[in-house]
Design a protein around this ligand. Structure first.
Ligand code: SF4
Ligand code: SF4
Length: 254
């Protein structure tokens, strides 16, 4: 399957997101309780200056909100580890494979351990955590177990159902959605669809892409459009990302 420019950009942003998460266990971005400072990529901000990075974080959140209003569930398809997990375990190759449950478990354990460690190490370095757990420190044991099993439950059991019905970002996104928000359009004017189901098979959220891509569950990941290109040929995909322009009608962008 040919990867579009949109997907290449999306993959690059997913890589940056993983790198940002990794920076937390590596203690480049953390709250250092001993020094009482917020560390942001090597720069320490004490209690008096901590509001600078906090303002920057709030600013980034606002950027995500504004982008979500214009581009739809951009955070899901570009940054969320759950989407990356679903793209892997719900790929056409894995979806029909007998080994899917094993792969789901392996990826769930790896991601749950990673995300638990990301949250814990924002406050305590790994060696401190190990010492506290070994000495029977009940709060950290309880928090670690709750986070680990919580993430395992999401990855093993709820998967895309959590993204559609339970994720706080999805709920906020539903409120932000308007007639001006980007959507994935399916149009088959010349009846060229072969009903190959490639678009359905590749959808990480298990949507029936031709019928559900316009709804609030679609993350505008563009995978259905690429699967359709593979079936019908270059520039013949029946899916297009549309940015509605209220004044001038709809304009297509990538
Ligand atoms: S319908 Fe298409 S764009 Fe939407 S989530 Fe599924 S594969 Fe991605
Ligand atoms: S991938 Fe394209 S041709 Fe195949 S079922 Fe979907 S819309 Fe039709």
């Amino acid at each position: 399957m040919t990867m579009s420019k949109y997907s290449k950009r999306r993959r690059a942003i997913q890589g940056i997101s993983i790198a940002l998460l990794l920076s937390i266990p590596l203690r480049f971005f953390c709250f250092d309780l001993e020094q009482e400072c917020l560390r942001v990529f090597g720069m320490d901000f004490g209690l008096a200056t901590m509001f600078y990075p906090l303002f920057a974080i709030v600013g980034l959140l606002l950027v995500v909100i504004v982008l979500s209003m214009k581009k739809g569930r951009i955070f899901c398809s570009h940054m969320c580890p759950m989407h990356m997990f679903l793209e892997t375990v719900n790929s056409p190759k894995n979806k029909e494979s007998d080994s899917r449950p094993v792969k789901v478990w392996i990826w769930s354990v790896v991601l749950s351990l990673f995300l638990t460690e990301v949250i814990l190490s924002f406050f305590q370095p790994l060696d401190h955590q190990v010492k506290m757990i070994a000495s029977g420190h009940l709060p950290i044991i309880g928090i670690s177990v709750a986070l680990l099993f919580g993430f395992m439950g999401l990855f093993v059991h709820y998967q895309e159902h959590f993204c559609k019905k339970g994720c706080p970002y999805a709920l906020i996104q539903m409120l932000l959605q308007s007639d001006n928000t980007r959507f994935m359009e399916f149009a088959n004017p010349e009846k060229t669809c072969t009903n190959c189901r490639g678009c359905d098979d590749i959808c990480p959220f298990n949507l029936r892409a031709r019928f559900e891509s316009k709804g609030t569950d679609c993350t505008n990941c563009n995978l259905c459009a690429e699967a359709c290109t593979t079936e019908l040929g270059e520039d013949k995909t029946l899916f297009h990302l549309i940015d509605p322009q209220p004044a001038e009608g709809a304009a297509e962008t990538k």
